[in-house]
Design a protein around this ligand. Structure first.
Ligand code: ASP
Length: 342
């Protein structure tokens, strides 16, 4: 797969117009995509600043470049592209994953991640980890180096240390913006004299990250990494590390990574539901994603979004929120990045 030096487009540039009639909240299916990423559903547009807009776009672009570079190296697999792209987003403090993760009710950062290979259906996940710099690599290590699919907390951390992954002080994950978010919640709780609900839009923004990738053989993979939701209870685990909820991949059907109100995504088995609609009902990836995100979840009041890539290189997204920070790169190296409708 050659990767010529492509340009970056924002909005409905080189790769076609957005929003076909009747499909609000979805990107048109794009062809020949090798890698796509998301950085969460994000802020309301009215709250976006030009500086943050720039940084988010730069972060998404850097992730796509890193993932695509890895994908085109000899011997690499879609899993390599997914992991490389997500590591960049985890290291970027503007996204709610790795450094930049949101705080729990107790003022800690508890991170979740998962990864899945569509060819083998192998998968790995970690949840509630506090010292692993790149949880997506820990998820991959669980998949590749253990007999298990999911490890949590201290055990996952000891295992990651044994696997030689980078361990950091929990303070590494602290960022001022996220700290201010939790302080606002604490003040609100103090004023009201009761525990605040976790509401998706109550704090600055969601920013869970994810990636889906494909190679020339039609092999696909997906991964997701998050700090979860601001003010979550200790030990709360969302959809991101749950295979079938936040992440799923199956060659011939689709690779999916989700973001949004995790409790809904778990209960609706969102990523597997999308894959099953493609696999068993023969829906297009756009029809399948729209059915789950913009009908089932929307009707239930579950906010969020999904990115989807299939073995043929078709890519789409679906969201029932105003924004979804997202981007994709095709085999010519052309990158498109979008935050809202555009
Ligand atoms: N889905 C994540 C969770 O519930 C949050 C997010 O996507 O921002 O933990």
């Amino acid at each position: 797969m050659s990767l010529a030096s492509g340009g970056v487009t924002s909005g409905s540039g080189a790769m076609g117009a957005d929003k076909p009639p009747g499909n609000p909240g979805s990107d048109l299916i794009m062809e020949d995509v090798i890698l796509g990423v998301h950085g969460g559903t994000g802020l309301d547009k009215k709250d976006m600043t030009p500086e943050l807009d720039k940084k988010l776009r730069a972060g998404l672009k850097a992730a796509l470049e890193a993932g695509a570079k890895r994908l085109t190296e000899a011997g690499s697999t879609p899993l390599d592209g997914v992991e490389a792209a997500i590591r960049v987003l985890e290291d970027d403090p503007h996204f709610n994953a790795g450094r930049g993760a949101v705080f729990t009710h107790e003022g800690r950062n508890e991170l979740d991640a998962s990864i899945m290979e569509g060819t083998t259906k192998k998968a790995g996940a970690v949840a509630g980890v506090t010292v692993i710099k790149n949880p997506i690599s820990a998820a991959r290590a669980v998949m590749a180096k253990s007999k298990h699919v999911m490890m949590i907390g201290r055990g996952a951390e000891v295992f990651s240390t044994q696997q030689g992954l980078e361990i950091v002080d929990p303070a590494y994950f602290w960022t001022e913006g996220r700290w201010k978010d939790i302080q606002r919640v604490w003040e609100e709780e103090k004023a009201k004299g009761k525990r605040a609900d976790i509401e998706p839009k109550s704090s600055t923004y969601f920013g869970t990250v994810g990636a889906v990738a494909r190679n020339e053989k039609g092999q696909i993979a997906a991964g997701t990494s998050t700090g979860g939701m601001t003010n979550k209870m200790f030990g709360r685990v969302g959809d991101s590390p749950i295979i079938g909820a936040g992440t799923y991949a199956e060659d011939g059907a689709a690779a999916v990574s989700c973001t949004g109100h995790g409790e809904y995504f778990i209960r609706y088995g969102v990523s597997k539901e999308i894959v099953s609609l493609v696999k068993y009902k023969g829906l297009s990836i756009q029809e399948a994603a729209q059915e789950v995100i913009n009908r089932q979840l929307k009707d239930a009041g579950g906010e969020g979004a999904a990115i989807v890539l299939n073995s043929k290189g078709q890519w789409t997204t679906s969201r029932n929120t105003e924004g979804l920070y997202r981007g994709w790169i095709n085999s010519k190296g052309e990158i498109t990045v979008r935050l809202y409708e555009e």
